[in-house]
Design a protein around this ligand. Structure first.
Ligand code: GUN
Length: 295
């Protein structure tokens, strides 16, 4: 059994991106710029946003965080996005979700120029992904990170049965659509299970590649997994644990202790899929810079 080390892959990838940024800077005198907007003070979002900005700087990109108060009117947010759309030094715009309830997330997504939508949430990018025009779109960072992990670990995908558990717009739907594309690292038969699916264990047991993105702690147990399957765990769930200083710890959507011995490869939580998400955001930002500079 192989433990897929997302932390290591993300560090390797950051080194490659850093070299890419430096190479382009020597050629053009410019570097990619990412702007992250956070509205309100959700503590988890603040941590994510800080990490995004920090990693961006570490690889030599420009990064700006715009912090807006929770009561910011939607119109004001849309106007800020318009300014960033028009700014040639900004190559990526990300508005951290969740947003306060008075703001319509779809209106915000639609306001971002698809060419700067490094989250890959805009319908133009989602549509191009579904159509297989991957050279013209940005892929949502978590599914893109999973693709990168499968590729770097040389996991065979062609003709395999990939079962995705979860149908969110950020992970489940783009993941399923990616895995059925006719590409080197995809080309699977794909099944998507969700809350209305009947007999989920009978579906997950058919998976050669099982991708769990449900947001329920240790939902996938050993009886739901075919021996030898590759198991990708997207979940990040807090559970109480009185033995830790904080009183909680993070677990995935997969019961790692039960499932890891029967899998052929598995991502741990933490240290699996999570670290890849930021790396892919930076990869998308560098890609946007290159596309806009004609590189
Ligand atoms: N909130 C949690 N994950 C994400 C993400 O990938 N992008 C944005 N914009 N918000 C998030």
């Amino acid at each position: 059994m192989v433990i897929i080390d997302g932390k290591k892959v993300s560090v390797d990838l950051q080194q490659e991106l850093k070299a890419g940024v430096e190479h382009d800077r020597a050629k053009t005198g410019k570097v990619p710029g990412l702007v992250v907007i956070i509205v309100g003070q959700d503590p988890a979002s603040q941590v994510y946003v800080r990490n995004k900005a920090k990693t961006c700087k570490e690889i030599g990109m420009n990064s700006t965080v715009i912090e807006l108060p929770a009561e910011t009117p939607q119109q004001e947010l849309l106007e800020r996005i318009e300014e960033l759309n028009a700014d040639p030094d900004v190559h990526g715009i990300l508005v951290q979700q969740p947003l306060p309830r008075h703001i319509d997330e779809m209106a915000v997504t639609l306001a971002i120029d698809p060419k700067k939508d490094v989250d890959g949430f805009h319908p133009v990018n989602v549509g191009n992904l579904v159509l297989g025009h991957l050279d013209q779109c940005y892929i949502s960072c978590t599914p893109y990170g999973i693709l990168e992990l499968l590729g770097r670990y040389g996991i065979e995908t062609k003709g395999k049965h990939c079962v995705v558990v979860g149908r969110s717009n950020i992970v489940g739907k783009p993941m399923a659509n990616l895995m059925l594309q006719k590409l080197e690292a995809t080309n699977c038969t794909v099944t998507v299970c969700h809350s209305a699916s009947k007999d989920i264990p009978s579906l997950t047991r058919q998976a050669d590649i099982l991708i769990a993105a449900i947001g329920k702690a240790r939902f996938i147990t050993a009886d739901m997994v075919k021996p030898g399957a590759v198991v990708i765990d997207v979940g990040i769930n807090r559970i109480e644990d009185s033995s830790t200083k904080s009183g909680f710890r993070l677990v995935g959507d997969v019961d790692f202790d039960q499932v890891s011995p029967i899998s052929s490869a598995i991502t741990p939580v933490p240290g699996g899929v999570g670290p890849m998400t930021i790396a892919m955001l930076l990869k998308n930002t560098l890609q946007s810079f290159r596309r806009s500079s004609g590189l």
